[in-house]
Design a protein around this ligand. Structure first.
Ligand SMILES: Cc1cc2nc3c(=O)[nH]c(=O)nc-3n(C[C@H](O)[C@H](O)[C@H](O)COP(=O)(O)OP(=O)(O)OC[C@H]3O[C@@H](n4cnc5c(N)ncnc54)[C@H](O)[C@@H]3O)c2cc1C
Length: 302
């Protein structure tokens, strides 16, 4: 039983299908591909290939599925797992279904971490989590980017090409992004960085006009003119349904050892949901393919 039809789950399922092993994928959406349709930048990857955007690659995954007809149960949202009884509880069109498994693979990926609702309340239309499909909305604007990782620095650099000014607010002492991106940010005359700082308030009638940030070390508050805010504050794992028996790290990603094995025998995890995994399509597909080969050796050869 595989949960999730993203790149990780689909790669595993295709290995099992081609080898004639029995499996089912349970997927909450109505289509395969996971996060792929959310990727609006081009993909230029030696392993994955060259594609206009994630939707373009998702179409290849859909075409593969149409050709080989992988065994996917769509519209099935997993609500809970009972790893002692080896049962999965899923909600499908409002009806609860229970599946029993021998082996379970969790491939439910991750999602963007969102800003506190109370902070952005009333200004939602000037708040963004992804920028590449809406770049024209940032032309000549004063933009605040919140975050300090690779996604924040990449966004800040991209926005400085088209915006009037970019302010990057990072809550840590230093940005945790790749050193080359960090130095590009510091070298960019249109980007101003506030480390050790947090966004505390938004203001403006109807449209966003100003934000207030607090510089944590000095407790000094600063009011800045801003038109748009982009949050790049990380990801959250889709692991809310796993039972307490399965070990999670402090951010609720699933801890695995060896061949993607969790602490519970017969329960595996692959792709973005794995603690410490780099969030990349090629990595997720690699996990799925490697686990598929492991299963073939374990269950087909014996
Ligand atoms: C905006 C954006 C840009 C990106 N850009 C790139 C890039 O340029 N290059 C790159 O390599 N990677 C990029 N990524 C990352 C890449 O998309 C992920 O690393 C990859 O999709 C992870 O695959 P996965 O199969 O582990 O998880 P996912 O793709 O997240 O798939 C998980 C699946 O599980 C399903 N699911 C979740 N919870 C449940 C549940 N409770 N019940 C049933 N089903 C469930 C979901 O519906 C989904 O279909 C980007 C991601 C985003 C969001």
């Amino acid at each position: 039983m595989i949960i999730g039809a993203g790149p990780a789950g689909m790669s595993l399922a295709s290995s099992l299908q081609l080898a004639g092993l029995d499996y089912v994928i349970l997927e909450k959406k109505d289509e395969v591909g996971g996060q792929l349709p959310l990727i609006h930048n081009d993909l230029d990857d030696f392993v994955v290939g060259v594609y206009k955007d994630g939707l373009d690659f998702a179409q290849k995954v859909i075409d593969f599925n149409n050709k080989y007809r992988l065994n996917v149960e769509f519209g099935c949202t997993i609500e809970s797992i009972d790893s002692t009884k080896k049962k999965i509880h899923c909600l499908q069109e409002g009806v609860e279904k229970v599946y029993v498994y021998d082996i379970l693979v969790i491939a439910t990926g991750s999602r963007h971490r969102l800003a506190e609702k109370s902070l952005i309340n009333g200004y939602e239309k000037d708040v963004y989590y992804r920028i590449s499909h809406k770049l024209n909305e940032f032309v000549d604007k004063k933009i605040l980017v919140v975050g300090g990782g690779d996604n924040a620095t990449i966004a800040a650099l991209k926005l400085s090409e088209i915006g009037r000014k970019v302010i990057l607010v990072n809550k840590n002492d230093e940005m945790i992004s790749r050193p080359d991106l960090v130095s590009d940010v510091y070298d960019d005359p249109k980007i101003v960085v506030y480390n050790n700082s947090e966004l505390v308030h938004l203001s403006g009638e109807e449209l966003l006009k100003k934000v207030e940030i607090i510089i944590n070390v000095t407790a000094v508050k600063q009011l800045i003119d801003i038109d748009k805010i982009v949050f790049k504050i990380g990801y959250l794992p889709n692991s809310g349904f796993v039972d307490k028996m399965i070990d999670l790290d402090d951010k609720a990603y699933i801890v695995t050892v060896g061949k993607y094995q969790t602490n519970i025998e017969g329960v595996f995890a692959i792709g973005d949901i794995v603690s410490g995994a780099y969030k990349r399509i090629a990595i997720a597909m690699g996990h799925g393919t490697e686990l598929g080969n492991y299963f073939l050796k374990e269950y087909l050869v014996k």
